[in-house]
Structures are given as C-alpha cells and as structure tokens.
Design a protein around this ligand. Structure first.
Ligand code: BES
Ligand code: ZN
Ligand code: ZN
Length: 477
C-alpha cells in the first residue's frame, strides 16, 4: 500500500528520520551525549544510514551525498529512501516522521519519493497478502519549506507510477486488450480525463492494417484507446501527444520467441501503461496543459490465421509493409497510432515502447534509448529525464537506416537486419510522422527481473515520472 503523506509541525516521540548534510545539523536536544558521539563516529566512517535505538523509538540519520550533479545527488536520496524503507518494514514500523533538519527541501522530497515508490507491492495474486504487506502506512513530513502542495503532487505522481506498474505486472490471463481498455476507462473516471475506446469494427473502418495484422493470431479483439486531458485553462493550442505500445503479450507470433525470451513478455504493454499512468497523474494534478494519449493494444500470438513472414500489409496512411518477422510487431501497431496522431496537428509527439532487445542490450536497465526528428522539445525532455533519473541517451536516425528497411515487394519491410536494431526500428516509426517527435525505446528499464532500488522488481513504471515532469514544466508550476 502507498503510505499516506502529511505535513506536521511538532515532532512527537515516535520514530523519525533526520535528513542532513553534516553532523552539526543534527538537533542536539533530541539525542544524549553518548548517542551524539556514536552518530559522529558513524558519520566519520561515512555510514550513509545511521540508526539510533532510543528503546521505544528509533532515530535514523541520513546524510545527503554530494554527487557530480544536483540531479545525481537527488537520485542518491531516492535510493537512500528506499534502503531505509527496508529497515522500517523489517522493524514493522507503521508511522515515521521525516525531518528536514537542515532546510534541504529537494533532498527531503527525493528521499520521500524513494520511500513512497519503493513501497509498491503487487500482491493481487498472493493468498497471504496481509502477512506480506509492508508495515509502513504514514509518513509525516516536518519541514519549513516543503509545502502541502508538493506532498500532494508527489503522492499523485506516485499513484500514477503504481497504476502503471500494476498494468505491467498483470499477466495476460487477466489483462488482455479489452481488459486493458476497461482499466484505462477506470483510470479516466478516477482522474477525470476522457477515454475513447475504438473496437475492432472501428479499427477496421479506420483501416489500421498494422494493428489488425498483429491481432490476426488472437482470439481477443484489438482495442485502440484514446485518452484526452483538455482543461479550459490549457497553456497550449496544439496538444502534446503520447503514444504507447500496448502489446499485452508478445509471443513473437509465428516468428515465435524462444522460452527465455518470452518469459517477461507480459511487459510488452509498458509503453501504453506509462502513457495511461502519466495521463492519470497529469489529470489528477489538474495541470493546465492539453495532452492526448494514444495506445493501440493487442496480443501477438501464433494461430490459424496469424500474419506470416512474407505477408504484405497496409498501414492506415496507405504505406505497404512487408512483414518479414512477426516478432517485430510493436512498430506495426505503433505506425497506425502515429498516423492517427497527425489529425491533432500536435505540438510534439512522444512514443514509448518496449520495442527492441537491441536497445536493452545497448544500455541495459539504466536508461532510455531515444531517437528524434527535432531539437528544442527533445532537449527539454532530456533535461526532465535527468531530473527524474529516467535518463535519455540519443541514438541516430541516419538515412542509411532507411536504406536497410527497403523491401523487394512493398514500400518498406519491418526488419532492418542484424545490426542497429533499435535504430532501424526508430527509422521505421519516423516514416509515419510529420510532426516534431521523439521515440523512446524503454525495453531496458520498463521491466526488471531483480530489484532495482525504488523501481522495485517487475514493472517499474518507467516513463510516468518523465512525462509528468515534462508536462509540469510546460505548466510552469
Ligand atoms: N517486445 C520485443 C522487444 C523486447 C525485448 C522488449 C526484450 C523487452 C525486452 C519486440 O517486439 C521484439 O520482439 N523485437 C525484436 C525485433 C526483431 C525481430 C527485429 C527484437 O528486438 O529481437
Ligand atoms: Zn516482438
Ligand atoms: Zn514486442
């Protein structure tokens, strides 16, 4: 459960955390002389997390680490928050006071964010949920500078991340494409954004040949989910559009994935989940920005009438595509979504997709592979990426990659070859854009098989905080 956050003025006798940079910032009156000597010695020995047992309650002292950049120092605080959380839960602590003892609001908030995001658990399918649930339920923040509004915003964004992770962690046995649409409708209802679900007939009438081709091997119909947050006080006249890959399960189709490659493929709708989670947070925070989310969804499976290597399909803009590998399906469903985005005359489009193993192999779980046809908005997005530590690294979209996508029979083919797999995938998508656009390949960080600090294990919610921060900066809040 997500711990509740509240602001409070007077520290009480209970458990507490002090955030400091130096020993002299620790309030002396809260400790005995012996305790202070102990803390001093521990700090000298560079212990990051120090616990003092007052027999009845604990005091934890977290020393903020100076890193190369301010953003990296804040990331160290998030990681420290998560590490501390493990201690608190191990001690069955339910309530904690977080004390900004040295006037470090950004660091205090980052530590808090690490604790809140690290508190996520996916227990839906556990029969002993109560026993396994974390103990921490309430964090009260003592700070002269951290505002109520900041706490509320942090909690809202965390809720968006939680909801996004839930969607990713749900197996396809529950979350097939129609169920995905239902979940987004529920999110829209709760947060107050509009949700339109196109059914198969509508998708057929729009001639979305990419989405339909991938869906050919499925017993469940595809959906095309459009979300919109259009507040009256929007600062923009042209919307920001987020597009997310919603492959609810990727077996590879007829080009079937080998066992190990398939195990985690319920995560292949993490792009769509990031868009839905971000829309949720943006709408709930009431950010005065017009934002649209577009998420095509289907599973990708072998079946009697599956699309097969060598088939030629037609995307909704008339582009013909030779499908040479049915496992390169994400780009097929995304192409219809990118075409659909044109009708909004968007200010800027960001797509998020667990698109290629090549991106994951190149940089691992530590960041997002990005490609773009634009500069200005991309720079801002990179900046936001550093702020929230969902870092972007730019890969090129050179003309040569387009040459690699030339087909013998159709306009283009859906695979490029053995090299530069992330780039050729990006180049394929670029074909369907006529607006400023960034492609984010989140195959590396979207789903992790071992715990990654406050990002947890399983779905990480990568992209939610990035998109939220980007829109927040547009709203100048
Ligand atoms: N969903 C996968 C990419 C992926 C791999 C995501 C690992 C997360 C972790 C995608 O649909 C895929 O299968 N891509 C192929 C493309 C290839 C056939 C050109 C790949 O990367 O191998
Ligand atoms: Zn695939
Ligand atoms: Zn896929």
């Amino acid at each position: 459960m997500k711990p509740e956050l509240k602001k409070s003025n007077k520290p009480t006798k209970g458990h507490r955390i002090y955030v400091v940079k130096a020993f002299k910032q620790i309030p002396e009156d809260a400790f005995s002389k012996e305790e202070l000597d102990y803390v001093k010695a521990q700090m000298k020995a560079s212990r990051k997390q120090i616990a003092v047992n007052h027999f009845g309650h604990f005091s934890f002292i977290v020393t903020v680490e100076e890193k190369k950049t301010h953003a990296l120092s804040l990331e160290a605080c998030r990681v420290a928050g998560n590490a501390l959380l493990a201690t608190l839960n191990a001690q069955s602590i339910e309530e904690i006071q977080l004390i900004d003892a040295a006037g470090l609001p950004a660091e205090t908030l980052a530590l808090l964010e690490g604790m809140v995001l690290g508190s996520y658990q996916f227990l839906k399918y556990r029969s002993k949920k109560e026993k396994e649930a974390n103990s921490l339920k309430l964090i009260s923040v003592h700070s002269k500078v951290v505002s109520d509004k900041e706490l509320q915003l942090l909690s809202t964004v965390a809720e968006g991340v939680y909801r996004s992770r839930d969607l990713v962690n749900e197996p396809v046995s529950f979350l097939n494409a129609p169920q995905y649409a239902k979940e987004v409708q529920q999110l829209g209802k709760e947060a107050g954004f509009k949700v339109e679900v196109f059914n198969k007939a509508k998708i057929e009438s729009l001639k979305m040949g990419g989405l339909l081709a991938v869906n050919q091997g499925s017993v469940d119909p595809p959906v095309f989910v459009v979300m919109e947050h259009k507040p009256k006080n929007a600062v923009n006249k042209q919307p920001y559009v987020f597009v997310g890959k919603g492959v609810v399960y990727d077996t590879g189709g007829i080009s079937l994935k080998p066992n190990d490659g398939m195990m985690t493929m319920k995560c292949d709708m993490a792009g769509a989940a990031a868009v839905a989670g971000a829309m949720y947070a943006i709408a709930r925070a009431g950010l005065p920005v017009w934002v649209v989310g577009i998420t095509p969804a289907t599973d990708n499976r072998p079946h009697g009438n599956s699309v097969v290597p060598g088939d030629v399909i037609t995307i909704s803009d008339g582009t013909t595509v030779e499908v040479l590998n049915t496992d390169a399906e994400g780009r097929l469903i995304l192409s219809d979504a990118l075409v659909y985005a044109k009708k909004y005359k968007p200010r800027f489009v960001v797509d998020l997709a667990t698109l290629t193993g090549a991106a994951a192999r190149a940089i691992g779980r530590f960041g997002i592979v990005a490609m773009s046809n634009t500069v200005e908005e991309f720079e801002l997005l990179k900046h936001c990426g550093n702020t929230v530590h969902e870092r972007l690294v730019e890969f090129p979209l050179w003309d040569e990659y387009a040459d690699m996508l030339k087909s013998d029979v159709a306009d283009i083919k859906n695979i490029g070859g053995l090299i530069a797999g992330a780039n050729t995938a990006g180049k394929f998508l670029e074909h369907f854009t006529d607006y400023p656009w960034v492609h984010l390949d989140i195959a590396g960080p979207a789903f992790v098989e071992s715990p990654d600090s406050y990002r947890g294990k399983g779905g990480t919610g990568t992209g939610v905080r990035l998109l939220f921060e980007f829109i927040r900066s547009k709203a100048e809040l």
